[in-house]
Design a protein around this ligand. Sequence first.
Ligand code: FAD
Length: 378
Amino acid sequence: MIRRDAPLRVVVVGAGIGGLAAAVALRRIGAQVEVHEQVSAFARVGAGLQLAPNATAALRGLGLLDKVSSIACRPESWCSFDAGDGEMSLRLPLGDEVEDKFGAPYLHVHRGDLHDVLLDAVGNVHLGHRAVGFDQTGDHLEVRFGDGSSAAADVVIGADGIHSTVRAALFGPMAAVFSGLVAYRGIVPGDRVADTPLVSAKWWGGDRHLVHYWVSSGRELNFVAPVPEETWTEESWAAEGKVGDLLEALSGFAEPARRVAGAAASLMRSALYDREPLRTWGEGRLALLGDACHPMLPFMAQGAGMAIEDAVVLGRCLDGVSAEEVEPALRRYAEVRSPRTSAVQGGSRANDFLRGTSSGLSSEDVYGYDAWRVPILA
Ligand code: FAD
């Protein structure tokens, strides 16, 4: 419910999964939202994303779950295997069972397909607009872009990813923490691995592992395999990988895992980074969201889920808020979200979620969070 005449003007910096989800959430509460993105055209980048019930419940409230389901795969179970002998150490039923338990499905999507659904819901994005600076006055903010243009807003949301310019402008440069792992991310045409079951499989191999699952409505299998590497010297964030190098790194792995890795049609390598949890998520009329705020290692498959949850809670905190009431509302958003995202950042670093002997977060803790119902204290 909006309690003022003029709609809240919001500028979202970054049109990734988090920024677009935030734009959808904010439009639903009547805000006037502009999204500004640095790239001049979107490419189908990234590979698979797992969307657990906490993420799909958030998408349902945004009115997007039917569309996302139509481009997704719905796995039957999560299976953990010992990479060496292939023994299964844990099987968590997904499919109907997880949906009955948490009220929302577990889905696998190609990031590009999820991005398309969000983009379609948002409509217009200002492409080629790289945010380079901010001027905060008493009653509004001005975002400056690299092409010399600017945009004024009552609220600015920095959803500009792990190397966030908005975060650096707020808190100064902070190097991301290299995990010592480089992830090979591959896509396998479905007909090369047609007998691979419709599960989310994780092959645990000591200091490395391999995760695979179906995406693109079952046309492609996605996999990610983080392996140790002492330093990362590539200039670009991602580089092409070689199947031979990956198979060498997975030399002790059981045959089904090696078969998936060996069948890749495209293979990228990118270093895995995260950051320590931030103590504050913004300042004044400016707040961070998604990887800009809480980048995490992908070992709980929750980075995009956390960004989507952020979007929902942000929308709820700003609902009915006037331009004068923005600052306490943004503080509430951070207070509600930061315990949750810090716990998942920590759990992701520990890399024992669903291994079978985890002493940390359970699937109930992670999947049972409902961003639409979590209490928001005034
Ligand atoms: P991003 O998607 O990085 O988007 C940021 C956007 O901001 C980009 O479009 C960028 O171009 C733009 N931008 C940057 N700087 C500027 C600027 N100055 N001005 C304007 N625009 C700017 N998550 C899951 O939930 N499930 C998974 O299974 C999963 N698997 C993963 C596997 C791997 C190997 C990795 C590395 C990550 C995985 N994640 C997963 C995490 C997930 O991809 C991210 O957490 C999520 O995409 C973050 O979304 P975001 O919108 O915050 O950032």
